[in-house]
Write a protein that binds this ligand. Structure first.
Ligand SMILES: [Zn+2]
Length: 280
């Protein structure tokens, strides 16, 4: 009798495990650190109207009959408790989660063109305008018919650097930390869209060279920098795997590579969390 009970309990537990595994998204991987992604359960039966983290709306997915906010954590976040604000009708609630510290490396780089480290006043004007365009593209939150799919294909084959988050010293001067992933590839290597989306910005940028932004919906926006050529234009709808441009060495670079940025609720998060791990 006892044995039968144990067996049926085991069977039941396995069934539960199976359903959990079947429904849990494998990507992005959760990492509650600056530059990472947090999955935060939102209590309640009905879909929340809106979940905000700071000034930005957050994607909410349905998982195991629960509503789960998928939150991009900005690199500059101070470790400690964080608050999401959840709006449903006239109701306002809070949901909290904790961010732990992560130490990123320091990288020293030498740039031949000193003007790309110390831009002149005209350059600074241009850079400011480009930052506004970039910010507008990266801040988009476009709802769609379906719940968001948040896993991505690698936009180019090649060795992925793990320099996301590293503090950067250009020609001896500290600059912003590295907010994306560099993938080593020769000039001319095709770049594909990592998921379906819409091209929302493209141009020749001072630091980033030929640059392209794709809005995938629900606050997931990807950017591609230093391209030798761009194969799509603003307004184009792209499919996952479609050619969008080619790798190059335009802008502030030390050699040809793709700089790939992934924004989730405007936070530039670690793109590696959205990819299947690379097999060595
Ligand atoms: Zn880069």
């Amino acid at each position: 009798m006892m044995l039968r009970k144990t067996l049926s309990l085991t069977a039941l537990l396995c069934l539960i495990c199976g359903s959990v595994l079947a429904n849990a998204p494998s990507l992005p991987r959760e990492a509650r650190v600056p530059g990472g992604v947090a999955f935060v359960e939102i209590p309640g039966d009905k879909a929340p109207a809106r979940v905000m983290f700071g000034d930005y709306q957050v994607a909410v997915i349905r998982q195991d009959n629960r509503w789960v906010a998928v939150v991009g954590i900005p690199l500059a976040t101070k470790p400690g408790p964080q608050t999401l604000v959840v709006y449903s009708g006239t109701d306002r609630k809070e949901a909290t989660f904790n961010v732990t510290d992560k130490q990123y490396r320091t990288q020293k780089l030498t740039i031949k063109n000193q003007r790309q480290v110390d831009p002149n006043p005209d350059d600074l004007k241009r850079i400011q305008q480009e930052q506004q365009r970039s910010d507008a593209a990266l801040s988009k939150f476009t709802p769609g018919a379906d719940v968001p799919g948040l896993s991505l294909l690698s936009p180019v084959p090649g060795v992925r650097s793990d320099s996301y988050g590293s503090r950067r010293i250009f020609n001896g001067q500290p600059r912003n930390p590295h907010s994306g992933m560099d993938i080593a590839a020769a000039t001319g290597t095709p770049i594909v869209a990592p998921a379906a989306g819409k091209v929302v910005e493209a141009g020749d940028f001072f630091f980033n060279g030929n640059t392209l932004y794709i809005d995938h919906g629900y606050g997931l926006v990807t950017m591609y920098c230093h391209l030798s050529s761009i194969a799509v234009k603003v307004g184009d709808e792209v499919k996952a795997g479609q050619l969008i441009g080619k790798v190059g060495a335009t802008g502030r670079v030390t050699g040809a590579h793709l700089h790939w940025g992934v924004a989730l609720n405007r936070a530039m998060v670690d793109p590696g969390l959205f990819l299947e791990p690379q097999t060595p």
